[in-house]
Write a protein that binds this ligand. Structure first.
Ligand SMILES: [Zn+2]
Length: 375
Protein backbone atom coordinates (compact mmCIF):
# COMPACT_ATOMS: atom_id res chain seq x y z
CA UNK A 1 0.00 0.00 0.00
CA UNK A 2 1.43 3.37 -0.98
CA UNK A 3 1.72 6.27 1.42
CA UNK A 4 -1.03 8.03 -0.44
CA UNK A 5 -3.31 5.03 -0.17
CA UNK A 6 -2.51 4.89 3.53
CA UNK A 7 -3.40 8.52 3.90
CA UNK A 8 -6.67 8.10 2.09
CA UNK A 9 -7.55 4.91 3.86
CA UNK A 10 -7.42 6.74 7.16
CA UNK A 11 -10.32 8.84 6.10
CA UNK A 12 -13.76 7.38 5.62
CA UNK A 13 -15.11 7.54 2.09
CA UNK A 14 -18.37 7.91 0.40
CA UNK A 15 -18.77 8.23 -3.30
CA UNK A 16 -21.46 10.54 -4.40
CA UNK A 17 -21.40 12.02 -7.83
CA UNK A 18 -22.71 15.43 -8.50
CA UNK A 19 -22.86 17.49 -11.61
CA UNK A 20 -23.38 21.13 -12.27
CA UNK A 21 -24.68 22.44 -15.52
CA UNK A 22 -26.38 25.26 -17.31
CA UNK A 23 -26.30 26.86 -20.69
CA UNK A 24 -23.84 29.53 -19.64
CA UNK A 25 -20.39 28.68 -18.37
CA UNK A 26 -21.66 26.52 -15.56
CA UNK A 27 -22.95 24.06 -18.12
CA UNK A 28 -19.79 24.14 -20.18
CA UNK A 29 -17.56 23.56 -17.18
CA UNK A 30 -19.76 20.77 -15.88
CA UNK A 31 -17.80 18.25 -13.92
CA UNK A 32 -18.30 15.42 -11.57
CA UNK A 33 -16.66 14.89 -8.23
CA UNK A 34 -16.57 12.23 -5.65
CA UNK A 35 -17.12 12.94 -2.06
CA UNK A 36 -14.93 12.36 0.94
CA UNK A 37 -17.06 12.11 4.03
CA UNK A 38 -14.54 13.95 6.17
CA UNK A 39 -12.39 16.91 5.44
CA UNK A 40 -8.63 16.90 5.45
CA UNK A 41 -7.29 20.22 6.67
CA UNK A 42 -3.62 19.85 5.78
CA UNK A 43 -1.79 20.23 2.48
CA UNK A 44 -0.14 17.60 0.33
CA UNK A 45 2.21 17.82 -2.60
CA UNK A 46 1.95 15.18 -5.30
CA UNK A 47 3.87 14.47 -8.49
CA UNK A 48 1.63 13.22 -11.29
CA UNK A 49 2.83 12.83 -14.90
CA UNK A 50 5.99 14.73 -13.94
CA UNK A 51 3.95 17.69 -12.72
CA UNK A 52 3.76 18.81 -9.12
CA UNK A 53 0.54 19.84 -7.46
CA UNK A 54 0.11 21.21 -3.98
CA UNK A 55 -3.12 21.74 -2.17
CA UNK A 56 -5.80 20.36 0.10
CA UNK A 57 -7.57 17.09 -0.81
CA UNK A 58 -11.27 17.86 -1.00
CA UNK A 59 -12.62 14.50 -2.16
CA UNK A 60 -11.13 11.18 -3.21
CA UNK A 61 -11.61 7.53 -3.97
CA UNK A 62 -9.55 4.83 -5.72
CA UNK A 63 -10.01 6.45 -9.13
CA UNK A 64 -9.80 10.17 -8.62
CA UNK A 65 -8.53 12.72 -6.16
CA UNK A 66 -9.78 16.29 -6.19
CA UNK A 67 -7.42 18.83 -4.76
CA UNK A 68 -7.98 22.50 -3.98
CA UNK A 69 -4.78 24.02 -5.36
CA UNK A 70 -2.99 26.77 -3.50
CA UNK A 71 -3.90 29.12 -6.37
CA UNK A 72 -7.62 28.36 -5.98
CA UNK A 73 -7.98 25.86 -8.83
CA UNK A 74 -9.50 22.43 -8.44
CA UNK A 75 -7.07 19.78 -9.68
CA UNK A 76 -8.13 16.20 -10.38
CA UNK A 77 -5.85 13.21 -10.89
CA UNK A 78 -5.75 9.45 -10.74
CA UNK A 79 -4.14 8.45 -7.40
CA UNK A 80 -2.58 5.41 -9.11
CA UNK A 81 -0.48 7.80 -11.21
CA UNK A 82 1.02 9.52 -8.20
CA UNK A 83 4.78 9.02 -8.22
CA UNK A 84 5.64 10.97 -5.12
CA UNK A 85 3.62 12.28 -2.27
CA UNK A 86 4.28 14.17 0.92
CA UNK A 87 2.36 16.20 3.40
CA UNK A 88 3.55 19.81 3.32
CA UNK A 89 1.49 21.46 6.04
CA UNK A 90 -1.05 20.97 8.78
CA UNK A 91 -3.18 23.83 7.46
CA UNK A 92 -4.10 24.93 3.95
CA UNK A 93 -2.40 28.16 2.93
CA UNK A 94 -3.20 29.86 -0.39
CA UNK A 95 -0.26 31.15 -2.43
CA UNK A 96 0.65 34.83 -2.11
CA UNK A 97 -0.61 37.13 -4.85
CA UNK A 98 2.95 37.60 -6.15
CA UNK A 99 3.35 33.85 -6.50
CA UNK A 100 0.00 33.53 -8.31
CA UNK A 101 0.97 36.42 -10.58
CA UNK A 102 4.23 34.76 -11.60
CA UNK A 103 2.48 31.39 -12.16
CA UNK A 104 -0.13 33.09 -14.33
CA UNK A 105 2.52 34.83 -16.44
CA UNK A 106 4.48 31.62 -16.87
CA UNK A 107 1.32 29.80 -17.94
CA UNK A 108 0.15 32.43 -20.43
CA UNK A 109 3.50 33.36 -21.94
CA UNK A 110 5.40 36.52 -22.64
CA UNK A 111 2.62 38.31 -24.50
CA UNK A 112 0.74 39.03 -21.28
CA UNK A 113 1.03 41.19 -18.23
CA UNK A 114 -1.03 41.22 -15.06
CA UNK A 115 -2.82 44.19 -13.50
CA UNK A 116 -3.84 43.79 -9.88
CA UNK A 117 -6.42 45.58 -7.73
CA UNK A 118 -7.63 44.85 -4.20
CA UNK A 119 -9.52 41.72 -5.23
CA UNK A 120 -8.65 41.03 -8.87
CA UNK A 121 -5.72 39.93 -10.96
CA UNK A 122 -6.37 40.58 -14.62
CA UNK A 123 -4.05 39.09 -17.23
CA UNK A 124 -4.14 41.08 -20.46
CA UNK A 125 -2.11 41.98 -23.56
CA UNK A 126 1.36 43.21 -22.68
CA UNK A 127 1.90 46.93 -23.08
CA UNK A 128 -1.80 47.73 -23.10
CA UNK A 129 -3.37 49.69 -20.30
CA UNK A 130 -5.86 47.43 -18.56
CA UNK A 131 -9.48 48.54 -18.70
CA UNK A 132 -10.98 45.63 -16.85
CA UNK A 133 -9.56 45.43 -13.33
CA UNK A 134 -11.16 48.65 -12.08
CA UNK A 135 -14.46 47.73 -13.71
CA UNK A 136 -14.46 44.40 -11.97
CA UNK A 137 -13.55 46.13 -8.74
CA UNK A 138 -16.56 48.46 -9.22
CA UNK A 139 -18.73 45.41 -9.73
CA UNK A 140 -17.29 43.87 -6.57
CA UNK A 141 -18.26 46.97 -4.59
CA UNK A 142 -21.78 46.94 -6.08
CA UNK A 143 -22.14 43.26 -5.28
CA UNK A 144 -21.07 43.75 -1.65
CA UNK A 145 -23.36 46.76 -1.25
CA UNK A 146 -26.29 44.93 -2.79
CA UNK A 147 -26.06 42.04 -0.36
CA UNK A 148 -25.07 44.11 2.68
CA UNK A 149 -28.17 46.27 2.54
CA UNK A 150 -30.21 43.06 2.37
CA UNK A 151 -28.68 41.65 5.50
CA UNK A 152 -26.20 39.18 4.02
CA UNK A 153 -22.67 39.31 5.36
CA UNK A 154 -20.20 38.36 2.66
CA UNK A 155 -16.89 36.58 3.10
CA UNK A 156 -13.66 37.99 1.74
CA UNK A 157 -12.48 35.81 -1.17
CA UNK A 158 -9.77 33.33 -0.15
CA UNK A 159 -7.98 33.78 -3.48
CA UNK A 160 -7.42 36.66 -5.88
CA UNK A 161 -10.25 36.76 -8.42
CA UNK A 162 -8.52 36.01 -11.70
CA UNK A 163 -9.66 37.17 -15.11
CA UNK A 164 -7.80 36.29 -18.30
CA UNK A 165 -8.46 38.70 -21.16
CA UNK A 166 -7.41 36.83 -24.29
CA UNK A 167 -5.90 38.93 -27.07
CA UNK A 168 -8.41 37.79 -29.65
CA UNK A 169 -11.27 35.36 -30.10
CA UNK A 170 -9.13 32.56 -31.49
CA UNK A 171 -6.93 32.64 -28.41
CA UNK A 172 -10.05 32.66 -26.25
CA UNK A 173 -11.39 29.58 -28.03
CA UNK A 174 -8.03 27.81 -27.73
CA UNK A 175 -7.66 28.56 -24.01
CA UNK A 176 -11.20 27.51 -23.21
CA UNK A 177 -10.76 24.29 -25.20
CA UNK A 178 -7.55 23.56 -23.26
CA UNK A 179 -9.58 23.84 -20.08
CA UNK A 180 -11.96 21.23 -21.45
CA UNK A 181 -14.63 23.82 -22.19
CA UNK A 182 -14.94 24.23 -25.96
CA UNK A 183 -17.09 27.28 -26.64
CA UNK A 184 -18.77 28.53 -29.78
CA UNK A 185 -18.21 31.92 -31.43
CA UNK A 186 -21.28 33.39 -29.75
CA UNK A 187 -19.77 33.09 -26.27
CA UNK A 188 -18.00 36.22 -25.03
CA UNK A 189 -16.71 34.95 -21.72
CA UNK A 190 -17.15 32.33 -19.06
CA UNK A 191 -16.54 31.53 -15.42
CA UNK A 192 -15.20 28.09 -14.62
CA UNK A 193 -15.96 26.49 -11.26
CA UNK A 194 -12.87 24.36 -11.73
CA UNK A 195 -10.31 27.08 -12.47
CA UNK A 196 -12.25 29.73 -10.51
CA UNK A 197 -11.36 32.14 -13.33
CA UNK A 198 -13.23 34.30 -15.78
CA UNK A 199 -11.90 34.00 -19.32
CA UNK A 200 -12.92 36.56 -21.93
CA UNK A 201 -11.42 38.23 -24.95
CA UNK A 202 -10.54 41.72 -26.07
CA UNK A 203 -13.05 42.79 -28.68
CA UNK A 204 -11.12 45.86 -29.78
CA UNK A 205 -12.23 49.46 -29.40
CA UNK A 206 -15.91 48.94 -30.18
CA UNK A 207 -16.29 46.27 -27.57
CA UNK A 208 -13.81 47.66 -25.10
CA UNK A 209 -14.46 48.62 -21.52
CA UNK A 210 -13.73 52.29 -22.16
CA UNK A 211 -17.46 52.96 -22.50
CA UNK A 212 -18.51 50.93 -19.48
CA UNK A 213 -20.39 47.70 -19.07
CA UNK A 214 -23.18 48.49 -21.49
CA UNK A 215 -20.97 48.18 -24.55
CA UNK A 216 -19.81 44.69 -23.60
CA UNK A 217 -23.28 43.29 -23.19
CA UNK A 218 -24.46 41.50 -20.11
CA UNK A 219 -22.37 38.35 -20.60
CA UNK A 220 -19.30 39.50 -18.71
CA UNK A 221 -21.35 40.81 -15.80
CA UNK A 222 -23.22 37.51 -15.70
CA UNK A 223 -19.98 35.51 -15.52
CA UNK A 224 -18.32 37.95 -13.10
CA UNK A 225 -21.38 37.63 -10.84
CA UNK A 226 -20.97 33.83 -10.79
CA UNK A 227 -17.32 34.30 -9.78
CA UNK A 228 -18.27 36.74 -7.02
CA UNK A 229 -21.10 34.57 -5.70
CA UNK A 230 -18.86 31.48 -5.58
CA UNK A 231 -16.06 33.37 -3.81
CA UNK A 232 -17.90 35.39 -1.18
CA UNK A 233 -20.02 32.71 0.47
CA UNK A 234 -23.27 33.37 -1.44
CA UNK A 235 -22.77 30.10 -3.35
CA UNK A 236 -20.35 27.27 -2.59
CA UNK A 237 -17.98 25.75 -5.15
CA UNK A 238 -17.93 22.54 -3.08
CA UNK A 239 -21.70 22.16 -2.98
CA UNK A 240 -23.11 24.30 -5.79
CA UNK A 241 -26.69 25.51 -5.26
CA UNK A 242 -29.69 24.57 -7.39
CA UNK A 243 -29.09 26.04 -10.84
CA UNK A 244 -32.09 28.35 -10.58
CA UNK A 245 -30.36 30.04 -7.64
CA UNK A 246 -26.98 30.47 -9.38
CA UNK A 247 -28.54 31.59 -12.66
CA UNK A 248 -31.20 33.70 -10.96
CA UNK A 249 -28.49 35.72 -9.22
CA UNK A 250 -26.33 36.05 -12.34
CA UNK A 251 -29.28 37.23 -14.45
CA UNK A 252 -30.38 39.59 -11.66
CA UNK A 253 -27.03 41.38 -11.93
CA UNK A 254 -27.37 41.83 -15.69
CA UNK A 255 -29.72 44.78 -15.00
CA UNK A 256 -28.12 48.27 -14.56
CA UNK A 257 -30.11 48.96 -11.38
CA UNK A 258 -28.46 45.93 -9.78
CA UNK A 259 -24.87 46.02 -11.04
CA UNK A 260 -24.74 49.81 -10.61
CA UNK A 261 -27.41 50.71 -8.08
CA UNK A 262 -25.83 54.04 -7.16
CA UNK A 263 -26.34 55.38 -10.68
CA UNK A 264 -29.63 53.59 -11.46
CA UNK A 265 -31.93 53.74 -8.50
CA UNK A 266 -35.48 52.88 -9.52
CA UNK A 267 -37.12 49.47 -9.46
CA UNK A 268 -37.56 49.75 -13.20
CA UNK A 269 -33.78 49.88 -13.58
CA UNK A 270 -33.52 46.64 -11.64
CA UNK A 271 -35.75 44.76 -14.07
CA UNK A 272 -33.78 42.64 -16.52
CA UNK A 273 -35.70 43.55 -19.69
CA UNK A 274 -34.49 40.64 -21.79
CA UNK A 275 -35.40 38.01 -19.20
CA UNK A 276 -38.66 39.78 -18.36
CA UNK A 277 -39.73 39.68 -22.02
CA UNK A 278 -38.95 35.95 -22.13
CA UNK A 279 -40.78 35.43 -18.85
CA UNK A 280 -44.00 36.98 -20.15
CA UNK A 281 -44.09 34.44 -22.99
CA UNK A 282 -44.05 31.41 -20.69
CA UNK A 283 -47.40 29.58 -20.67
CA UNK A 284 -48.50 28.97 -17.08
CA UNK A 285 -50.75 26.82 -14.98
CA UNK A 286 -52.01 27.86 -11.57
CA UNK A 287 -50.46 25.17 -9.43
CA UNK A 288 -46.89 26.34 -9.15
CA UNK A 289 -45.51 23.59 -11.41
CA UNK A 290 -42.69 25.75 -12.78
CA UNK A 291 -41.30 26.95 -9.44
CA UNK A 292 -41.57 23.39 -8.10
CA UNK A 293 -39.71 22.00 -11.13
CA UNK A 294 -36.79 24.41 -10.72
CA UNK A 295 -36.56 24.03 -6.98
CA UNK A 296 -36.68 20.23 -7.12
CA UNK A 297 -34.27 19.61 -10.02
CA UNK A 298 -31.92 21.16 -12.60
CA UNK A 299 -33.51 19.05 -15.34
CA UNK A 300 -35.55 21.86 -16.89
CA UNK A 301 -32.34 23.78 -17.64
CA UNK A 302 -31.38 21.01 -20.04
CA UNK A 303 -34.73 20.54 -21.72
CA UNK A 304 -35.97 24.15 -21.73
CA UNK A 305 -33.13 26.60 -21.01
CA UNK A 306 -35.11 29.56 -22.35
CA UNK A 307 -37.91 29.02 -19.85
CA UNK A 308 -35.51 28.12 -17.05
CA UNK A 309 -33.42 31.29 -17.25
CA UNK A 310 -36.42 33.59 -17.48
CA UNK A 311 -38.31 31.85 -14.66
CA UNK A 312 -35.17 31.78 -12.46
CA UNK A 313 -34.62 35.47 -13.00
CA UNK A 314 -38.27 36.27 -12.22
CA UNK A 315 -38.39 34.15 -9.05
CA UNK A 316 -35.14 35.68 -7.82
CA UNK A 317 -36.27 39.21 -8.64
CA UNK A 318 -39.60 38.67 -6.90
CA UNK A 319 -38.05 37.18 -3.77
CA UNK A 320 -35.26 39.75 -3.46
CA UNK A 321 -37.64 42.66 -4.02
CA UNK A 322 -40.41 41.49 -1.73
CA UNK A 323 -38.79 39.33 0.96
CA UNK A 324 -35.02 39.81 0.95
CA UNK A 325 -34.43 38.49 4.45
CA UNK A 326 -36.18 35.22 3.70
CA UNK A 327 -34.32 34.91 0.44
CA UNK A 328 -30.99 35.40 2.22
CA UNK A 329 -32.04 32.79 4.76
CA UNK A 330 -32.76 30.40 1.89
CA UNK A 331 -29.37 31.15 0.27
CA UNK A 332 -27.66 30.25 3.53
CA UNK A 333 -29.40 26.87 3.49
CA UNK A 334 -28.16 26.16 -0.04
CA UNK A 335 -24.50 26.72 0.91
CA UNK A 336 -24.74 24.76 4.12
CA UNK A 337 -24.78 21.25 2.67
CA UNK A 338 -22.02 18.72 3.03
CA UNK A 339 -19.35 19.42 0.42
CA UNK A 340 -19.28 17.25 -2.71
CA UNK A 341 -22.51 15.47 -1.98
CA UNK A 342 -25.46 15.57 -4.28
CA UNK A 343 -28.34 17.48 -2.79
CA UNK A 344 -31.38 15.27 -3.27
CA UNK A 345 -34.56 16.64 -4.72
CA UNK A 346 -36.34 16.10 -1.42
CA UNK A 347 -33.73 18.17 0.41
CA UNK A 348 -33.89 20.93 -2.19
CA UNK A 349 -37.65 21.17 -1.72
CA UNK A 350 -37.29 21.13 2.04
CA UNK A 351 -34.75 23.98 1.94
CA UNK A 352 -37.23 26.04 -0.01
CA UNK A 353 -40.46 25.21 1.80
CA UNK A 354 -38.89 25.61 5.25
CA UNK A 355 -38.37 29.28 4.35
CA UNK A 356 -41.21 30.10 1.94
CA UNK A 357 -43.91 27.68 3.06
CA UNK A 358 -45.40 24.54 1.58
CA UNK A 359 -48.34 26.08 -0.26
CA UNK A 360 -46.96 26.17 -3.81
CA UNK A 361 -50.26 27.25 -5.31
CA UNK A 362 -50.32 30.30 -3.06
CA UNK A 363 -46.63 30.99 -3.70
CA UNK A 364 -47.21 30.95 -7.45
CA UNK A 365 -50.34 33.11 -7.20
CA UNK A 366 -48.53 35.81 -5.19
CA UNK A 367 -45.48 35.57 -7.42
CA UNK A 368 -47.56 35.98 -10.59
CA UNK A 369 -49.63 38.80 -9.11
CA UNK A 370 -46.39 40.70 -8.43
CA UNK A 371 -44.92 39.98 -11.86
CA UNK A 372 -48.14 40.91 -13.68
CA UNK A 373 -48.09 44.34 -12.05
CA UNK A 374 -44.63 45.09 -13.48
CA UNK A 375 -44.36 46.91 -16.77
ZN1 LIG B 1 -24.74 31.53 -15.64
Amino acid sequence: MSDLAKLFSTIARIATVFSVSSVCALLLSASTAIAGSKSFEGMIEVTVDDREFEGRPLAWDEEVVHLLGRDGRFLSFDPKKVKEFRQTGQQFRPYSTSKIRSMLLRELGSGFEVTGTSHYMVAHRKGQRDKWAERFEDLYRSFVRYFSVRGFKLEEPSFPLIAVVCRNQNEFMRLTAEQGVPVGRGILGFYSLKSNRITLFDRGENGSMSHGWQTTGSTIIHEATHQLAFNTGINSRYSPPPLWVAEGLATLFEAPGVYDSSAYRSRDDRINRVRFTDFKKIPRTKNGELPIALVASDGLFHSRPDISYAESWAMTFYLVETQPRRFMKYLKKTVGHRPFTKCASKQRIKDFTSVFGTDWRMFDAQFMRYMNELE
